[in-house]
Structure formats: structure tokens, C-alpha cells
Design a protein around this ligand. Structure first.
Ligand SMILES: Cc1cc2nc3c(=O)[nH]c(=O)nc-3n(C[C@H](O)[C@H](O)[C@H](O)COP(=O)(O)OP(=O)(O)OC[C@H]3O[C@@H](n4cnc5c(N)ncnc54)[C@H](O)[C@@H]3O)c2cc1C
Length: 501
């Protein structure tokens, strides 16, 4: 056993989009800080951030129906949709800054314009969609959204979905052309190449096995070099746990009180991918439907055009499922070993409260290919089994914690930054809305962990993200400027962002 020791200002655990984003932000804010990364796999962006492991939707609430909730009085709460849209604009500004500063190149390799659509069937759902359209289209953030319940118009928008449709049920859709498809895997790899060029030590095939506080207030990581088998010790003043699903175990190892009474509930995903280029060519949009009763919000079915490896692809899903692994490359013991004395009650309560969800997920795992094809045929009535293959996507580990509103063992569907009181360590838990809001979430890490430096860093943050600290909804002129400049920098079509009057 070797005892090689390195000292860093910052250690990032995991080479996914979150560590990539935090590392890139910090390198711009304090170029002389020395940053080290440990990733257990052999490349960056191989877990949830990989293009085949997530849906690549630039989540801006343009099409996801679960971000607008119908209140008991029938009115719509659009606050979550506004929040997510504003957070996505933060990512768009930071990516544009990186392109304009020549820190990353060829944005078409990671982002493409693509219409985002919501599609519903049945009278009640059509009424809901119309109400949603009326509430959102008045807001500058959702400018350019169109609604139609006219089958001829829908045939123009989504021929693959409309042709051979036998049902006479009312059907309607909204469409907004300013949506995006984002290849988060490509972006993650680009950001790590950039970090390497800035002397960040990126160590692949290095698994972090333990995290301990040292007597002088630093953090010591016990890291196994998976090639040589050597066990190394590395210390840092600040540690970010960006291990994706692996973050729950790492947070527990740190022993910080803020990490107690928290657990994780893994939800797996499966996509169907079309292997027939003629079918792929007939569709050009991300079309989100409504989640089935009892289904968790992240399993809303959608039919998506994707751009992967510079090729157009067509994916349907994700079908949710249950697997006890916290990472796609994780262990079947992940769920069991995450139960500790301090979170036992929380986990048991969550288990009791979510029996129906667990049952639903297990049923989903058992679906045959033909049963999955039946769900796909709700979107493409004449879909042929031989045109579609199954691909296993990433794992999403939902946070379980005790909350005032939900009580013990409440399942959360958002992302959560957990940090030590002194800001010396932070972990990112949860997976939704995920990679799209990485810049906003990593700025939250910076705000929580570096409050003393924040004032000094603010001018640089504002240079990178002009809307920092401002509401874009309340500043339509700034929003228009940002839409225009980000579209130019990222090679997106400017005509997709009409001026809001
Ligand atoms: C099915 C599915 C669909 C999704 N769709 C979307 C979408 O459409 N849009 C969107 O914005 N988001 C989406 N997401 C969410 C998004 O993919 C994630 O939020 C995001 O990729 C998480 O990034 P990360 O860096 O936290 O984790 P990851 O990308 O999982 O990276 C974590 C890294 O840490 C490494 N690691 C873990 N433990 C250790 C250890 N002990 N030592 C060293 N390394 C370690 C892992 O190997 C991995 O490389 C989806 C996710 C899934 C699963």
C-alpha cells in the first residue's frame, strides 16, 4: 500500500456535468486555485451525464407538464415553470460565455434548436393544456408558444404521431420553437478537456473510498488507483461530492451532521431507440405527454428527436423501473448499504409511504417489449416492433429526508445541495431537473461554501452570467438581449425568440 499525498485547494469527486461545471466556474473566478478531480470510470461523462443515459432535454419548462400544477380551485400554479426556465437561461448564458471566450468550441456538438411540444388526449387534458398555454404564453419567458387542437395543424407539426391515429378523442398540443436538445455527455467531456488545459489534475480510474476531517480542518480522501491497486491519500481545503448517485454514500462517509437522516431511492430508466432511419426522419421535436396515474414525475413519456454522435436519432421513454443500484455501474448492495443507524427510521418511513410507487416501479421492470411497444403506440400508432430496440439509461437517486410538510421519510424529486456549516464540503443529491440547471446549482454551492469571497467574485459572475441576481421575467429587455446573444453564441436560430410585446 502506497501513501502518496497530494494537497489541493479543491477536490472534485466525480467527472459528471456537475463537477465539470463547478470546476469551470472556479477556474474562471480564481485561476490560481489548484483543483484535483477523481473519477472512478475511465472517462468523463460516463454515468448519468452520458448522452445515452439521460434524455438530453434542455429543461426550461417549455413542454414538461409536471412543472405546472393545477390547484384545487382549478387555477394553475406556474411558479415552478418560471423558476426552471430562469435557471436554464443561467446555463445558456454560461455556455455562451465559454464559447465567446474560446474556452470551448463547436457548440453544435452539444446543443441544437429543437421544438418542444406537450401533447395530450381526452377532453379534461385538452382543457388543462389550453389553460396552461394561456397562463404561460402571457409570460415573456415562454414567448412564441403556440396551441392547437386542429388535427390538420397537428399533422403539420407531428406527422409521425398523427398519421393512422384511429381514436376520435379530442387531442391538442403546444409547440415552442426555442427548445433545445443538449448532449450533456459531449458538454461534460468538452469541459474536462478545457479543465485539463488549465492544469486541473483529472485522475480517471481513481475511486474515492473514504473522506475524513484532519486535525487542521482539511479533508483527507482515501483514493484507490484502480489500475495499480495502490491506495493514495489526498487532502484539500474544499471538497465537492459530485458522485451522482454515488454521492449519498460519500456524504455519509464525511460524517457531517448535515448529511444525517438523509437517504436515497433509486429509479432506473429504459429508453426505446428507433433503428429505422425512415422513421427517424419523419419526426423533429421533443414531444412530452402526461405521466400515467401512480407514475413518478420523472417517468413522463416523451418522443424525442436527439442529436447524438452528429446523427439524428429518435428515442421514446424513459420507462421507470426499480434497481437497488445507485449508479448504472454501481452495486446491487447500494440501497442496503445506504441504510445507517441515523437514517433507518427515515428510510423505513419512506418505504412504508411509497409502497405503491415501489410496486409501480417493479411492475414497470417486468414489462415485456410488446407491452412497451403498446405505450409507444399511444404516440406512434403504427410503430413496428422491429424498428425499436431497448437501451438502459442512467439511475436517478431521489432524495429521502424528513421534512416539515411531508413528515418522516419524504421522497423529494428535486436536487439538493447539502453542505457543512463551515462550507468546507458540499454534496449534490437528487437528479431533477438535473443537468440543465447545473450552472444555477453550482452557483448555489459557491454561494453556500464561499460566502466571504462572493462579493469579490460578483463582477466576474455578472460578466459570465449577465442576469445573475436578476429576474428575467421582470426584465423583458434583458431577456430579449440574452435570447439574442445566447442564440448567436450557441448557433441556435434567433428567429425562435420573437420579441415579446
Ligand atoms: C433516465 C434519465 C433521464 C434524464 N434526463 C434528463 C434531461 O432530459 N435533462 C436534464 O437536464 N437532466 C436529465 N437527467 C438528469 C441528469 O442526467 C443528471 O442530473 C446529471 O447528469 C447528474 O450529473 P452529475 O455530475 O451529478 O452525476 P453523473 O453524471 O452521474 O456523474 C457522477 C460521476 O461520479 C463518479 N463517481 C461516483 N462515485 C465515485 C467515487 N466514489 N469515486 C470516484 N468517482 C465516483 C461516477 O462514476 C460518475 O462519473 C436524466 C437522468 C436520467 C437517469
Amino acid at each position: 500500500m502506497s501513501n502518496s499525498v497530494s494537497k489541493s485547494d479543491v477536490i472534485l469527486i466525480g467527472a459528471g456535468i456537475m463537477s465539470a461545471t463547478l470546476g469551470t466556474l472556479l477556474k474562471e473566478l480564481v485561476p490560481d486555485w489548484n483543483i484535483t478531480v477523481f473519477e472512478k470510470l475511465s472517462n468523463a461523462g460516463e454515468e448519468s451525464s452520458n448522452e445515452w443515459n439521460n434524455a438530453g432535454t434542455g429543461h426550461a419548462a417549455l413542454c414538461e407538464l409536471n412543472y405546472t400544477v393545477e390547484k384545487p380551485d382549478g387555477s394553475l400554479d406556474i411558479s415552478k415553470a418560471i423558476k426552471i426556465n430562469e435557471q436554464f437561461q443561467v446555463s445558456m448564458q454560461f455556455w455562451s460565455y465559454l464559447v465567446n471566450s474560446n474556452l470551448i468550441h463547436n457548440p453544435e456538438d452539444f446543443i441544437m434548436s429543437l421544438p418542444h411540444m406537450s401533447l395530450v388526449q381526452g377532453e379534461d387534458n385538452v382543457t388543462f393544456l389550453k389553460k396552461r398555454f394561456e397562463a404561460l404564453s402571457k409570460n415573456p419567458l415562454f414567448q412564441g408558444m403556440e396551441f392547437s387542437d386542429d388535427p390538420e395543424k397537428l399533422m403539420e407539426w407531428i406527422p409521425l404521431i398523427m398519421q393512422d391515429r384511429a381514436s376520435n378523442d379530442p387531442i391538442a398540443a403546444t409547440k415552442i420553437d426555442s427548445g433545445t436538445d443538449v448532449n450533456f455527455g459531449a458538454l461534460t467531456r468538452m469541459l474536462f478537456e478545457h479543465l485539463k488545459s488549465k492544469d486541473v489534475a483529472v485522475n480517471y480510474k481513481h475511486s474515492v473510498n473514504d473522506i475524513k476531517r484532519t486535525s487542521d480542518g482539511m479533508w483527507e480522501l482515501i483514493v484507490r488507483n484502480l489500475d495499480s491497486g495502490a491506495v493514495e491519500r489526498h487532502t484539500a481545503k474544499f471538497v465537492f461530492i459530485g458522485g451522482g448517485g454515488g454521492s449519498v454514500h460519500l456524504l455519509q462517509k464525511s460524517g457531517i451532521p448535515e448529511g444525517k437522516h438523509i437517504g436515497g431511492f433509486p429509479v432506473s430508466g429504459i429508453f426505446m431507440v428507433c433503428n429505422n432511419p425512415d422513421v427517424v426522419a419523419q419526426h423533429h421535436a421533443k414531444v412530452y405527454g402526461k405521466a400515467k396515474v401512480g407514475a413518478p414525475p420523472m417517468s413522463v413519456p416523451h418522443l424525442d428527436t436527439r442529436f447524438i454522435d452528429n446523427k439524428k436519432a429518435l428515442l421514446f421513454g424513459p420507462f421507470a423501473g426499480f434497481s437497488p443500484k445507485f449508479l448504472k455501474t454501481g452495486s446491487m448492495l447500494d440501497l442496503v448499504t445506504s441504510v445507517k443507524p441515523d437514517n433507518l427510521l427515515t428510510m423505513l418511513s419512506a418505504g412504508a409511504k411509497n409502497m405503491s410507487l415501489t410496486k409501480y416501479l417493479i411492475q414497470q421492470v417486468m414489462l415485456s417489449k410488446e407491452q412497451r411497444m403498446e405505450e409507444l403506440r399511444e404516440f406512434i400508432p403504427n410503430a413496428k416492433s422491429e424498428d425499436w430496440d431497448l437501451v438502459v439509461a442512467g439511475q436517478r437517486v431521489q432524495v429521502i429526508k424528513d421534512t416539515e410538510a411531508g413528515g418522516k421519510g419524504t421522497l423529494q424529486f428535486g436536487t439538493e445541495v447539502v453542505s457543512a456549516a463551515d462550507g468546507s464540503i458540499a454534496a449534490l443529491l437528487g437528479a431533477s431537473p438535473g443537468a440543465s440547471t447545473a450552472v444555477h446549482v453550482m452557483l448555489e454551492v459557491i454561494t453556500k461554501c464561499f460566502p466571504e469571497q462572493l462579493k469579490e467574485w460578483e463582477p466576474k459572475i455578472k460578466e459570465m452570467i449577465p442576469s445573475y441576481g436578476l429576474s428575467l421575467m421582470d426584465n423583458p429587455e434583458l431577456l430579449h438581449e440574452i435570447h439574442t446573444s445566447t442564440a448567436q453564441a450557441l448557433g441556435l436560430s434567433e428567429k425562435n425568440f420573437p420579441v415579446f410585446n
